[in-house]
Design a protein around this ligand. Structure first.
Ligand code: SAH
Ligand code: SF4
Length: 343
């Protein structure tokens, strides 16, 4: 089986090129072609001799992603791309343009095992982890699209399908590959991982003192309510999540983001806002609230504009910084939590 070339770090690519009997500088040229010139396949690597290009095409696959469908939001600012994986599974990635930001939202798994009730990916269940190269290839695909218009990617959020910290090694390997200064050189501080709150993985992430930003999906400030929305709360209750968050901020001195999808009459109450403010007091954090996006498997409704404003005012009143996020791409089901594919 040929290897997905995007699974390889610069060092392992070098080893494999040397094993093919090629000189080391060829590995540098290939790395540059992949991550600097954004060559989509061996044929396009015109800096290399034809024979070598042929050998590469035999020895490696280039991403294992086939774009199979695309939807554009009516304002043209959001594109959702469906990729077919080599084994026939599918995932989705989103590209958003807003002001000068070009952000891609990528998937870390096909499906998700966490079962959050309001999330379309959770509703479809877990299919499999993605390999590092399948994560990297999503980013390169959008980077190529942007390059066609002389544009560049500014931010990566691992907030598509799947729970990135459930697929820890592959996700962080992908970040490291994208971060490589000799290659794509994408700054770790412009990458954000969002987790449902896998406590041991948050602690490991803190211990590794990574520059990648961390967001935790909170959505409720009391255990009973959170467990009814996010089953994982039964395993890692709020006290442990906040302890891990505090451990992260004190270890790394980096701010943590909490995410909160506001559901009318469920978690948009004054009591929830105040409990959150109490729990987050003194923590280096920021709260992102977003009105719930609709999904087929959940009947809850988005909070009204007034309730959203009130919720954020209460937090601000307690000294907790809070941003209300605008919902984007919901007309093509490209919003947070809306990514799902019929298996
Ligand atoms: N598994 C990770 C990252 C992917 S989900 C996580 O859960 O954090 C990205 C974000 O979208 C999370 O904050 C998630 O809770 C949120 N989300 C899921 N379904 C949503 C919905 N229907 N409306 C708004 N946000 C949603
Ligand atoms: Fe998985 Fe995140 Fe969706 Fe929960 S919200 S089911 S963790 S993708």
């Amino acid at each position: 089986m040929p290897t997905n070339i995007y699974n390889l770090t610069r060092a392992t690519l070098r080893e494999q090129i040397l094993a093919l009997g090629e000189p080391g500088y060829r590995a540098d040229q290939i790395w540059r072609a992949l991550y600097h010139d954004l060559a989509p396949d061996a044929t396009s690597m015109t800096t290399l001799p034809r024979k070598l290009r042929e050998r590469l095409a035999e020895a490696f696959t280039f991403g294992g992603l086939t774009p199979a469908n695309e939807a554009r939001s009516s304002d043209g600012q959001t594109r959702k791309i469906l990729f077919r994986l080599a084994d026939g599974r599918a995932i989705e990635s989103v590209l958003m343009g807003y002001a000068r930001r070009r952000t891609t939202c990528i998937s870390s798994q096909a499906g998700c095992a966490m079962g959050c009730v309001f999330c379309a990916t959770g509703q479809m269940g877990f299919l499999r982890h993605l390999e590092p190269g399948e994560i990297v290839a999503q980013v390169l695909w959008v980077a190529r699209e942007l390059k066609k218009r002389d544009d560049r990617l500014t931010n990566i959020v691992v907030m598509g399908m799947g729970e990135p910290l459930h697929n820890y090694d592959a996700t962080l390997a992908a970040c490291d590959i994208l971060n490589d200064p000799e290659g794509f050189a994408f700054g770790a501080r412009r990458i954000t991982l969002s987790t449902v709150g896998l406590v041991p993985a948050i602690r490991r992430f803190a211990d590794e003192r990574r520059q990648v930003n961390l967001a935790i999906s909170l959505h409720a400030a009391t255990d009973e309510l959170r467990a009814s929305l996010l089953p994982v709360n039964k395993r890692y209750p709020l006290a442990e999540v906040f302890d891990a968050a505090r451990y992260y901020t004190t270890t790394t001195h980096r701010r943590i983001t909490f995410e909160w999808a506001l559901i009318a009459g469920v978690n948009d109450t004054q009591e929830q806002a105040e409990t959150l403010a109490r729990r987050a007091a003194g923590l280096l954090c920021h709260v992102n609230v977003i009105p719930l996006n609709p999904t087929a498997g959940y009947t809850g409704q988005a909070s009204t504009r007034e309730r959203v404003a009130r919720f954020s005012e209460i937090l601000e009143g307690h000294g907790i910084s809070c941003t209300v996020r605008v919902r984007r791409g919901i007309d093509v089901a490209a919003g947070c939590g809306q990514l799902a594919i019929q298996a």
